[in-house]
Design a protein around this ligand. Structure first.
Ligand code: NAD
Length: 245
């Protein structure tokens, strides 16, 4: 059966690899972002190389009306929306005493409210179809906390509560809702950290290495599959054993 997926923040990084991992013949992947269009062209190529169809769809997940219009466009063009991956995310780190209100608001707006906007819009076609997969990209720090990331860890913890509640609301329509919580993953976000910080981070990881975007994407693709139909409201941790929840 042909399927249609939307991955937010998929121009680069983990989202790019998730979009590619979902791709297969019969799958149309909508690649959302607000920036990094050169890299989005690479995402598009990656999807097509695996036999999927790729479409770019620009909208800011913080904008409720834009998210709704995007879903309307997808359904008009492709007839359905089966898989939503809420991957768009940002950091604005600082210790709580120095954290500016605008940085708190922006991180919550993108990471948590953005997912709410997209889920709300996507749930309509999914309910009609009586089939859907929603996967929210949380983080290990949403469960453990992390000094300097009050806004980010609150947003990622919030995503877990959102996941569990929407999972209960949509279960009767055969829509599963799960979260994937990556640990430290090799990416733009972690690439810019000082060596000393990286060493300290590695010391906390039993598998003694950072994870790859592919390892996160594999968990997402599994949750999006037909075979994962009996898994809902769960958090899959992909963290090298750093947290055993
Ligand atoms: P990244 O910065 O490489 O990619 C995030 C993408 O989201 C960017 O292309 C960005 O333009 C896009 N984006 C930002 N704001 C947006 C908005 N308002 N609307 C639409 N798109 C927007 O980051 P990444 O490391 O690939 O992270 C992807 C996800 O994984 C994030 O949710 C992040 O919190 C989560 N995560 C990352 C790590 C890690 O170690 N890198 C660990 C745990 C969780």
């Amino acid at each position: 059966m042909d399927r249609v997926a939307l991955v937010t923040g998929a121009a680069r990084g983990i989202g790019q690899v998730i979009a590619t991992a979902l791709a297969e013949p019969g799958m149309t992947v909508y690649i959302n972002d607000v920036a990094h269009w050169d890299e989005a062209a690479e995402t598009q190529k990656g999807v097509e190389a695996k036999g999927g169809a790729a479409r770019l769809i620009e909208f800011d997940v913080t904008d409720a009306a834009a998210a709704e219009q995007a879903v309307e466009r997808i359904v008009k063009e492709s007839g359905r929306l089966d898989i939503l991956v809420n991957n768009a995310g940002i950091t604005r780190d600082n210790l709580i005493m120095r954290m500016k209100e605008e940085d708190w608001d922006l991180v919550l707006a993108v990471n948590l409210k953005g997912a709410y906007h997209c889920i709300k819009a996507a749930s309509r076609p999914m309910i009609k179809q009586r089939w859907g997969r929603i996967i929210n990209i949380s983080s290990v720090v949403g469960v453990m906390g992390n000094a300097g990331q009050a806004n980010y860890s609150a947003s990622k913890a919030g995503l877990i509560g959102l996941t569990k509640t929407v999972a209960r609301e949509l279960a009767s329509r055969h829509i599963t809702v799960n979260a994937v919580a990556p640990g430290f993953i090799i990416s733009e976000m972690t690439g810019s950290l000082p060596e000393k910080v990286k060493e300290q981070m590695l010391a906390q990881i039993p598998l003694n290495r950072f994870g790859t975007a592919e390892e996160v994407a594999f968990a997402v693709a599994f949750l999006a599959s037909e075979q994962a139909a009996y898994i809902t409201g769960q958090v899959i941790h992909v963290n090298g054993g750093m947290l055993m929840a």
